[in-house]
Ligand binder design. Structure first.
Ligand code: SF4
Length: 472
């Protein structure tokens, strides 16, 4: 069966093996298609949200704030101001007469009450329409209160989620370069693009520490304003997740000459390669770093492999579908499923670039569907067509899987298990096993069951069905 899709979206779907690789991406979502993507504001909110000692004030109607309230776990080892959601709650009167006075009052009150290290003020659709001058209000409050108050130019309508990432990076860049860097080690780095959803950044920091490296700033999982202010003192930016913080790494390279590398902490192969590529950067300064890294990887793998074997035995031959925010995560997931003996038959992302999709094309099997900026109807049809056993996605993909009676693994918003690092691979295997092999599928109408029920029904009412079919 070939799934039908909107004609305007046909060039954003590729079926490997059916035609030469070519994919359209990074463009506005099709109106009416109900894209899985979030808006610009949401893109910036998810990047800045884990900065735990900052005030995050959403300047707009209450709906924007509630939509992003506590949107992800984003654990903190200390302050948790980020878990609160503040909004100026713009009303009709503010839209007519302007919301600047309300914004000023809200900022002053919140800063006095919570004493944050900095404040981020997010612009939403309506603020872009009425033209409130965020820059001027933030500047005034910053001078009065003596903390950085930074506007995030994230009007929801002005692009797609990637534009929100860029707005967040621009906002953070205003903090960087304002802290003291005098005592930072030459063997140091910043971790970019990990949001510490279930404690992953602590695992990764521990690896770097064992390699002899100092982490200057987490950007932004378990993030702190003062650390970000010193981030320009690090010798290297290690960037995970292709979309969200790459712009910041590029800006820091241009302004401060800090090199960056792209990594992924997910899956055995990519986790090990990430550590080795960081070690290679510091080999000149520390000739022993590669040996320490090899020892670390060996120690972790000796513990991991015997435990993975039992899951692989049951999961071999099962089929998986992946739909995630950034395509970089998808690369690692394809490899991780392969390590478990499983086949990826559908893979897509909200914000992938042509380069990302070409890489996915290269690492996937013939027949795999590769999709950019998909929607619930398409995804549902693809899952059924490919007869998958598990769907990996975020909060918006979960109901799609469960409604179809398909196993689900949350790789984003609501997960409570760390899925990065070597221990993360074990947690991932355990989660995949529990959902794919769950006895619950015996009691819900999975598609196979529906098929057999339909067959039974059709044989019972065959003449009627045939008549209806002939009229269609
Ligand atoms: S910024 Fe605009 S698109 Fe985004 S949640 Fe608010 S109203 Fe919706």
């Amino acid at each position: 069966m070939t799934t039908s899709i909107f004609s305007e979206r046909k060039d954003q779907v590729h079926r490997k093996g059916e035609q030469p690789f070519q994919m359209a991406c990074d463009r506005e979502s099709l109106a009416g298609a109900v894209s899985q993507r979030a808006c610009v504001f949401c893109g910036s909110r998810v990047v800045l949200y884990p900065i735990a000692d900052a005030l995050h004030l959403v300047h707009g109607p209450i709906g924007c704030a509630s939509y992003t309230w506590d949107i992800r776990g984003a654990l903190s080892s200390g302050p948790a101001l980020h878990r609160l959601s503040f909004s100026t709650d713009l009303q009709e009167k503010d839209v007519i007469f302007g919301g600047e006075a309300k914004l000023y009052q809200a900022l002053v009150e919140l800063i006095d009450r919570y004493e944050p290290k900095a404040a981020f003020v997010y612009s939403t659709c309506i603020v872009g329409i009425i033209g409130d001058d965020l820059e001027a209000v933030c500047k005034r409050v910053a001078e009065e209160k003596g903390i950085p108050v930074i506007p995030v130019q994230s009007e929801g309508f002005k692009g797609n989620k990637r534009a929100g990432y860029n707005a967040a990076c621009r906002a953070m860049f205003r903090l960087i370069g304002t802290g003291d860097i005098s005592n930072i080690s030459p063997l140091s780095l910043n971790i970019l693009g990990d949001f510490n959803l279930a404690g992953e950044i602590w695992i990764i920091r521990n690896y770097f520490e064992r390699m002899g490296l100092e982490t200057v700033a987490n950007i932004t999982g378990d993030g702190r304003v003062d650390d970000i202010r010193r981030a320009h003192g690090a010798a290297l930016n290690v960037v995970q997740c292709s979309g969200s913080t790459m712009d910041l790494a590029k800006m820091m390279k241009e302004e401060y000459g800090i090199p960056f590398i792209r990594v992924s902490y997910f899956g055995v192969e990519d986790m090990a390669e990430s550590l080795y590529s960081v070690a290679r950067v510091f080999e000149d300064k520390d000739p022993e770093i590669m040996n320490r890294t090899r020892a670390l990887v060996k120690e972790e793998l000796q513990e991991l492999y015997p435990q993975l074997a039992k899951y692989r035995e049951s999961l071999t031959g099962k089929k998986a579908a992946i739909y995630v925010g950034g395509a970089f995560k998808a690369f690692s997931l394809v490899k991780a499923f392969r390590l478990l003996g499983m086949q990826v038959v559908l893979v897509g992302s909200q914000t992938g670039t042509e380069e990302d999709y070409r890489e996915l094309y290269e690492i996937t099997d013939e027949g795999t569907i590769i999709v950019d900026d998909s929607n619930p109807l398409e995804l549902s049809a693809f899952l059924q067509e490919k007869d998958v056993d598990i769907f990996v996605g975020g909060v918006k993909e979960r109901p799609i899987a469960y409604k179809l009676g398909v196993g689900f693994c949350d790789h984003n918003h609501e997960r409570k298990e760390a899925l990065e690092g070597f221990i993360g691979m074990l947690n991932f295997a355990r989660e995949v096993y529990s959902t794919v092999m769950s006895p619950v599928w015996r009691f819900v109408p999975r598609r196979e069951l529906k098929k057999s029920r339909r067959a039974a029904t059709e044989s019972k009412f065959e003449p009627g069905i045939a008549a209806c079919s002939s009229q269609a």
